[in-house]
Design a protein around this ligand. Structure first.
Ligand code: NAP
Length: 258
């Protein structure tokens, strides 16, 4: 059977461990024949990501803290050093102070608000700007969002506001980069137990609620997010840009439920 991403090179940011959504995406991209490049935030994460990269057969790993402009510029240069061009960029990164995910949103500090926006939303703009010139034959940029961007989800708070900004960034980037044949989309994933998600107060209650109320009566499997990511990166997704694709067992359509 032919592979959907054969001949493609994909740069994936945000793979921390085997529970990361980026790990599931990397596995699916590899299955579909893509050559993988991975990043890690800093020295503390390097060995873990290098071990996973070896297991995934990735071509190279690079350090990149997305809050540092120098790191983002060096990433693009380093990628240019190992591959002639890039087809797919996956941005699977978010961060907010734990305190801000456990108290009323109205108590968010200026510093906490700006931190969440910087890491979780602006970083997509910075990385897209640095890497778009490598996408000489056009390509696909994908980020990960969540329902908290458009609905109030208790305790998601400042991260919901950052995801709203992220989804707006997707639309503006898609408009800017479309003439170069670069598509920009988000997948709004249902809740999945990952290291980031554990930082949200009462996250297990969110998982329970989704399993009980979503049209498919279950939670989202990371592999489902990864398969949608394959679709968006592949030729099958060639007409799709500026979109937020929900991969959430349908939970986003529910209003009141008994
Ligand atoms: P994860 O495994 O913890 O991934 C988050 C990644 O962000 C980690 O690799 C983390 O690196 C990285 N990161 C944070 N700050 C960074 C920085 N300054 N520079 C570079 N990397 C940085 O959790 P995940 O759930 O898979 O999250 C991936 C994406 O999916 C996020 O955008 C998240 O909001 C989104 N999402 C998650 C869910 C869910 O329920 N899990 C649902 C919808 C959307 P370190 O570990 O090295 O800090």
């Amino acid at each position: 059977m032919s592979q959907l991403l054969e001949g493609q090179t994909a740069l994936i940011l945000g793979l921390a461990n085997k529970w990361s959504l980026a790990y599931a995406i990397a596995q699916a991209y590899r299955r579909e024949g893509a050559q993988l490049l991975l990043t890690y935030q800093g020295e503390r994460q390097r060995q873990t990501v290098e071990d996973l990269a070896a297991e995934l057969g990735a071509k190279a790993t690079f350090a990149c803290d997305v809050t540092q402009d120098g790191d983002v510029d060096r990433l693009a240069e380093a990628v240019r050093g190992v591959v002639p061009s890039l087809d797919t960029l996956v941005h699977s990164i978010a961060f907010a102070n734990r305190d801000d995910l456990a108290r009323p949103f109205v108590e968010t500090s200026r510093a906490g608000y700006l931190l969440a926006q910087d890491v979780s939303a602006y970083s997509l703009v910075a990385v897209a700007r640095a890497c778009a010139p490598l996408m000489t034959g056009g390509g696909s940029i994908l980020t990960l969002s969540y329902l908290g961007a458009v609905r109030v989800v208790e305790n998601y708070n400042v991260m919901g506001v950052a995801k709203a900004a992220l989804e707006a960034c997707v639309r503006y980037l898609a408009s800017d980069l479309g003439p170069a044949g670069i598509r920009v989309n988000a997948i709004s994933a249902g809740p999945v137990k990952t290291a980031s998600a554990r930082g949200i107060k009462d996250f297990s209650k969110v998982l329970e609620g989704v399993a009980r109320l979503s049209p498919l009566r279950r939670n989202t499997d990371p592999a489902e997010v990864a398969d949608a990511a394959v679709f968006l990166a592949s030729g099958l997704g060639r007409g799709v840009t500026a979109n937020v694709l929900y991969v959430d067992a349908g939970f986003q359509v529910m209003g009141l439920a008994h």
